[in-house]
Design a protein around this ligand. Sequence first.
Ligand SMILES: [Zn+2]
Length: 295
Amino acid sequence: MPEFPEVYTISQDLKKNIIGYKIKNIQVFKYYKLPSPINTKLKNTIGLKILDVENIAKNIVIKLSKDTYIVFHLAMTGRILLRESSHKDDNWVKIVLELERNDKILHLKFADMRQFGKVLVLNKQGVSTLANKYGLDPLEEKITPEKFLEQIKSKKTNIKNVLLDQKIISGVGNIYATDSLFLSRIHPKTSTQDITLEYATKLLKSIRQVLREGIKNRGSTLPDKMYVDIFGKEGHQQNHFKIYLKQKCPMCNSKVEFIKINGRGTYYCPTCQLYKNFKDKKLTKEENKNQKKLF
Ligand SMILES: [Zn+2]
């Protein structure tokens, strides 16, 4: 499932490649269940010019002329691909936007194998309503550990669940939540009410580290190969996972535990990630060295 680094990579690449193009035509595949009002609105964007692309949490927002925005949410298996018009062999394509600038044609394709993804056509007000549904953005510099802790504590659940709750903290998905909990040595089942300011500070720092690293590595492509960038290429963050998909802890060499929290596969080290007991076990010299090697 694409998370913030993947969606950010897609929207930044689109920004570099499609601004100034006009929508020449739109093709919606016959068996794709696009609600008819959205279909009509989408067809009405023909002739509009692309002015900007950004992302709001995990939504890709394409700003067009005439106060119109096309929004894609990729959910589980959505993809956005940008191809030359001659490129035909993409799987699961549901919508094709034919783009034109100075006689050059590009195809922006929305593909979605399992069809949980969403397409919306909004105006500016609709985009701000959408933005208001999301919680704080951990990459925003002005977010302090105090504010972050307040948000965490606003929900009585475990820390892993709250990190995935987009209404509270936006953009962190399963992989990056798992890895940042490991880096901050917090057991994923720790109650939000037991998180101290010291650990909230560590966690915020870890989230920023893994998200930034994920962006630098153009996202994660898992063994299912679902995530690719707009050119069809895989990301590299999977080669830098901290504990996600690992069998042995890279810090202490213990066997990694795998559990499901709210249906989502979660990896953690039972030695390094303490539960409730925040009286920290000191890292050995070797563990310290291993920790430094993680980035
Ligand atoms: Zn460990």
